[in-house]
Design a protein around this ligand. Sequence first.
Ligand code: NAD
Length: 485
Amino acid sequence: MLERDGVPRGHYIGGSWREGHAGLKVFSPIDEAPLGTIAEASAEEVAEAATAAAEAFPSWAALGASGRAPYLERFAEALGARADTLARVEALDAGILESRMRHGIVPRAQLNIRHFAQAALTLQDRTLETKQARHYVRHDPAGVCAIITPWNSPLMLSTWKLGPALAAGNTCILKAPEWAPFSSALVAQAAEEAGLPPGVLNLLQGSGAGTGAALIDRPELSRISFTGSTATGKAIASKAMSRLVPCSLELGGKSPFLVLPGADLDLAARTGALMYRNATQVCLAGTRLLIHETLFEPFLERMGHYVARLTVGDPRKPETEVGPLIHPRQAARVHGYVEGAKARGAEVRWGGRPSAFGALYYEPTLFTGLPADDPLVQEEVFGPVLVAQAFRDEDEAVSLANDTVYGLGGVCFGPEADAVRVAERVRTGFIWVNAFGIRDLDAPFGGCRQSGVGREGGAWSFEFFCDIKDIIVPTTPFEPSFALR
Ligand code: NAD
């Protein structure tokens, strides 16, 4: 299918496709069928991509936002023209539901490009009038940006970063995730078809330890935008900081899902079942259910009712709601957490074993009866295994919610005033009240503590991808003086 759809396997550097060397084997999580090999960019190829991006930067930046907008509009159109292929490819190599790709993620990917291209048009309009001066606050493009994404939603995450980076006038090197590399190849193909000047968007295929690490070492980089695990984020940040290259890090999570007294239990329970979407390989999923003690059993009973109806299976089928885990290594990790929790005496409320559907499929699982310091309560599983704890009052709810090293997201169900009050005390980058998954491109997104550094989205993306410069023009006569002005 990949051949039929013309999905490239190599790198896209300075406007040309390179076959590249060696090769990493890629398997479909659907049935572990081999999908062929992709290239692994060598240090030389990484250097070529960095040079191409650096050479393309001055003229792309000089175009201005209005000069770049038509290119980016064509880029969004070219993504749309590949909607079917993108949906099928990402279902095949990342295991994401094909229907969700077609109806949700591909249109969103197009919007990621269009929205920021439009927003950039007014980026330079900001002036501040003070007593003595007018300040023209400029967002100058920073230069060459490395964009590194994980396998759990490659199209969504790559375009979410490429949109603002390119619209602001930067050139980019996208490093594809090696377990799900093909939608990134289609993104580069769309950029080529849209006529983006050579070097403006480059694509490197390869492993994190090889290609990714070589990319981070390039002196041409002005920004690194990374989404992935906390451990990799720390490794990248320490290298980047030694050269003072700003990083935006969107990392792991173990987000709380709170159910307060007075919550709409049915809405909360249906939303709870949604946490198994993408087999819970979703950074922002609420994986720790924190339920008021009076609602604990009624809530779990209702949520269990909805979970029992979830269809686990082939992500290409429209009726499927929970697809596969990405890789045998990920399946082993999930199973290890489940067996460990059982051995420590936890109670399996539902699931607790691999699904009969296939080797990489796991039953949506919930554990209760674990202490707050248990690894399953504290660590990110990145698979369909949730844990539930009861709380007595609001203070205990907040204290349990904040009792992990992470601080990405959260969900809080309850009467709105109560839920907002609790949400204000939860230490995360964002939290939904009586809802889940609403993402607005102008809103800030990111985590605190071990879930990340910085925010992207709207103005926050532009602040990260730009050098902010203040041009100060006095509005009152200026007189040189040694006194402080
Ligand atoms: P990962 O950190 O292993 O890999 C992410 C990317 O980094 C891949 O492209 C990989 O090749 C690359 N990489 C690995 N080592 C590198 C190195 N030394 N230098 C440069 N690049 C390197 O993460 P993963 O397993 O692919 O993804 C799952 C993780 O991503 C989970 O922890 C999840 O929570 C997180 N995630 C976070 C968000 C968010 O927005 N906060 C969104 C999605 C996923």
